[in-house]
Design a binder for this molecule. Structure first.
Ligand SMILES: Nc1ncnc2c1ncn2[C@@H]1O[C@H](COP(=O)(O)OP(=O)(O)OP(=O)(O)O)[C@@H](O)[C@H]1O
Ligand SMILES: [Mg+2]
Length: 246
């Protein structure tokens, strides 16, 4: 299996006045093509920081981040921006849709700004909207959709460019249990049926249990890994997580 994401000994500090916060203290991980990996950890353990660095949204103080063998930490800013736009899909807890555009228009944006042909953009948009099963909502604006539907629009938008990896930071954080379930099932299905490579941050065992494996982050360090064995067993993940994060 080819490696899509390689994070090598990454460290990140934040300075707040005189205080230095060690958000990541040397984290390494690899994600193979088609893998669905979850990262669990307490609030403040460095999950979002790790996701942002993996996606080239921010740069580490030490270490390297490679996506498809391209080193994001050595790229000129402009090149990294382009690489991110084309090869990395990101979704967040907040859906970040533009309120005045329809679902379909929101989905098309990443390729519109990239100057792709209208035909390609229309084809891809239809394809990803079908993947997230939102054909019937394509003409709706965000405020006329449920939270779960808005997150599915955000997922479709993130997949439009057929990225190397989909990064998700607490994608179900704003959703009720039924909508959370739907989003997690969708991610599982994208991984299984489409071979989408996924890295998802969450603090919920139920969410993490849908992944192929779960990495546990504690105070800026990876402290262990839980193999879910594809069973979606939330109780098992919760129990192993409690041991590791102690
Ligand atoms: N821009 C920033 N400036 C200063 N400190 C920061 C900044 N961003 C994050 N931190 C600190 O770095 C640490 C890790 O933050 P991070 O957001 O990665 O945690 P997290 O695991 O995602 O937490 P949560 O579950 O609450 O989202 C925390 O102590 C946080 O306060
Ligand atoms: Mg976070």
């Amino acid at each position: 299996m080819s490696t899509v994401v390689r994070v090598e000994n990454v460290a990140k500090q934040y300075r707040l006045g005189a205080e230095v916060i060690h958000a990541l203290r040397g984290v390494s991980l690899e994600i193979a093509a088609g893998e669905f990996v979850a990262i669990m950890g307490a609030s403040g353990s460095g999950k979002s920081t790790l996701l942002h660095l993996t996606g080239g949204l921010d740069l580490p103080d030490a270490g390297r981040v490679l996506v498809e063998n391209a080193d994001l930490t050595r790229m000129p800013d402009r090149e990294r921006t382009l690489f991110r736009r084309r090869r990395i899909g990101v979704i967040f807890q907040a859906y970040n849709l533009l309120p005045n555009l329809t679902a379909r228009e929101n989905v098309m944006l990443p390729l519109l700004v990239d100057g792709a042909t209208r035909k390609l953009i229309e084809e891809r948009a239809s394809e990803v909207i079908r993947l997230v099963q939102l054909e019937h909502r394509a003409a709706h604006r965000p405020d006329a959709m449920s939270g779960g539907e808005q997150q599915r629009v955000a997922i479709a938008r993130a997949l439009l460019t057929q990225p190397a990896v989909l990064l998700a930071d607490e994608p179900t954080g704003n959703l009720d249990p039924a909508n959370s379930r739907m989003i997690l099932d969708l991610l599982r299905r994208l991984s299984r049926d489409m071979g989408t490579t996924i890295l998802m941050v969450t603090h919920e065992a139920a969410a993490a249990s849908g992944a192929d494996r779960v990495l546990v982050l504690s105070a800026g360090l990876l402290v262990g890994e839980v193999a879910t064995e594809g069973r979606g067993d939330a109780a098992l993940v919760a129990a192993r997580y409690a041991e590791l994060a102690r």
